[in-house]
Design a protein around this ligand. Structure first.
Ligand code: AMP
Length: 210
């Protein structure tokens, strides 16, 4: 199955992508993770993407399209893949289509803006191993040191309050039109993502018919 996960930042795409990849035995490709790794390693791609990402803007289409085109040629994508965070604009979706990449389903994880803001503003991440924490559901230790690897637990720059608002605006303006794009092709499925991880997975599997 070639699957796209749609949804606002913080809707739970990354979490569901990790669960679904085990259940469906296909890889997850997250442009956000690829870009964050490039920023951390200060590669040319990372240096170009850094400013956009930290201010909550989208990285230019050409850059992410070339990342995905290259990644999809790898052997592990032969039996299917889950795209998490791509496409995020109509030109990105058109590039996939023009490149002959078949998409079977676009699954939207629907979460209201209020819930997104509460989720993202409480989100913390380990600067070393990337382990996720949350001030309410999974609080970091008082010293902010990750028990898994000993590195500092931080707030992602793009999870700062002013940036969250901007990312949501970008989502509504540039990414939400993809619902129409895939809806018109009869490929859109929408599941409620507000009722916890397990319930969202259950609804997702039901919607995918697996
Ligand atoms: P994410 O972890 O998916 O929220 O992505 C983090 C950031 O990476 C986004 O706010 C964008 O700056 C950038 N990014 C990730 N995927 C894309 C994409 N498909 N198009 C443009 N920018 C992207």
């Amino acid at each position: 199955m070639n699957l796209i996960l749609l949804g606002a930042p913080g809707a739970g795409k990354g979490t569901q992508a990790e669960i679904l990849k085990e259940k469906l035995a296909i890889p997850t490709i997250s442009t956000g993770n690829i870009l964050r790794e490039a920023v951390k390693n200060e590669t040319p791609l990372g240096l170009e993407a850094k400013g956009y990402m930290e201010s909550g803007k989208l990285v230019p289409d050409a850059l992410v399209i070339s990342i995905i085109e290259e990644r999809l040629t790898k052997d592990d994508c032969k039996n299917g893949f889950i795209l998490d965070g791509f496409p995020r604009t109509i030109p990105q979706a058109e590039a996939l289509q023009e490149g002959g990449v078949r998409i079977d389903k676009a699954l939207e994880i629907a979460v209201s803006d209020d819930v997104i803001i509460a989720r993202l503003s409480g989100r913390r991440v380990c600067s070393g191993c990337g382990a996720p924490y949350h001030m309410i559901s999974c609080p970091p230790p008082a010293d902010n040191i990750c028990p898994k690897c000993g590195a500092e637990i931080i707030t992602r720059k793009d999870d700062l309050p002013e940036t969250i608002k901007h990312r949501l605006d970008v989502y509504h303006e540039q990414t939400e039109p993809l619902k129409g794009f895939y809806g018109d092709q009869g490929k859109l499925a929408v599941v409620n993502g507000e009722n916890g991880i397990e319930e969202t997975t259950r609804l997702a599997l039901e919607a995918l018919g697996v």
